[in-house]
Design a protein around this ligand. Sequence first.
Ligand code: SAM
Ligand code: DTB
Ligand code: SF4
Length: 360
Amino acid sequence: MQNWTYEELLSVYNTPLLDLIYKAATVHRENHDATKVQVSTLLSIKTGGCPEDCGYCPQAARYHTGIEKNDLMSVEQVKKAAKEAKDKGSSRLCMGAAWRNVKEGKDFDAVVDMVRAVNELDMEVCCTLGMITESQAKRLEHAGLYAYNHNLDSSEEYYKEVISTRGYEDRLKTIDNVRKTNITVCSGGIIGMGEKAEDRVKMLLTLANMNPTPESVPINALVAVEGTPLEDQQKTPIWDVVRMIATTRIALPKTQVRLSAGRTDMSNEGQALCFMAGASSIFAGDKLLTTPNPDFVSDMELFNILGLSPKDPFADKCKPEIKEDIASSSDEKWSRPAHQIEKNLVATEKGKEARKAVKS
Ligand code: SAM
Ligand code: DTB
Ligand code: SF4
C-alpha cells in the first residue's frame, strides 16, 4: 500500500487526460483481469421518508421530490428480486434503506433475515442502511453479509456544504465499525455537486490512506433530482467522470472501482473510456434506488462490443459463512419468535463461556 500525499494525488488528477487514462489502464491490467466487470443490482428495501438532509438525495423527507415512499419490503419480495438479478447476470445484491441509522427491533431483524436469504442464493450481499454500530455490523456478518456501503460522499470540507444532520466523523466511525468484522467495505462518493477538483482529491486521499483500503469504491455522478437543493446542478462532464475513475484506479490499485450513478447521461463511448480508465464494476438493472439506470440488455450489448463479461460471485473473496445469530437488545427479544429467542439465549451463553475460557 502506498501512502499518498495530497500533492501527489492532486498531480495524478491533473495529469493530461490521455496520459492519465494510459497510466490508469496499466495499473488496472497489473492488478485485475480487465475483461471482467463486477455487476451489482440495487434494491431499495425501504424507500423515502428519511430524516436526514443530504442535499443530493431524493429520499430525504424534507424535500418534495414526488418519489413513492415504501415501508420495509418482505423477505420474500427481496428473495424474488435477488433471483431475478442473479438470472440476469448480477453477482451482488445491494439493499438500500432510507434510514439515518440502523435501529434495533423488528425491521433490523428482518434485514438480517434478508441478508441470510440472499447469501443462501449464492450471491454477494451488500447493505447500505446508514450508520451502524459494531454489534450491528457483527450481526450482519453472522448473517452472511459480504459488503457494507457507506460513502464519504466528498471531502470533509465540502461535505458540510451538502449535509448538516450528521458529520464526517460519524461516517468514518461507521466504516470503522464495519472494519471490525469480516465484511468488506464499500465507500466512495459523488462528483458534480459543485465541489472543486481539490475536494475530489481529498476524498480519494482519505480512502486511499485507510488501512486496509476499501474493497470497493463507488464513484457516482450526481443525479440532479427536482425538489432537492442540488436540482439545478449542471450535468457532470464525462471527462470529469473519466478523470475521477482513472485517479481512483491509480490511488487504489486493488480496489473494485464502481462506475455508479449517472450512467443514463453517459454515452456508450464515454462509459467505454471509464472501463479503459479502470472502472471494474457497475450497478445494472433499470433502476438505481429511485432513479433510472440503463437496462441489463443494453449493458450486456455494451459488454459484448467491448469484450467484457460479468465477474462471477465470490471471485475475490470466498462466500461468507452463515453463523448463529448473535442478537440482541432486551426489548427486541419480545418481537421475535420463542424458538429464536431460545436460540439466541443459547448463543449468548455459549459466548459467555467462550469469553470466560479466553480470560482464564
Ligand atoms: N441512507 C443510507 C446512507 O445514506 O448511507 C443509504 C442509502 S444512500 C441513498 C447511499 C448513497 O447513494 C449516498 O451516500 C450517495 O452517495 C448516493 N446517492 C444518493 N442520492 C444520489 C444522487 N442523487 N446522485 C448520486 N448519488 C446519490
Ligand atoms: C452508491 O454509491 N450509489 C448507489 C449505492 N451506493 C447505494 C446509490 C445511488 C443512488 C442514486 C439516486 C437514487 O436512485 O435514488
Ligand atoms: Fe437519508 Fe441516505 Fe438519502 Fe441521506 S443519502 S437522505 S441518509 S437515504
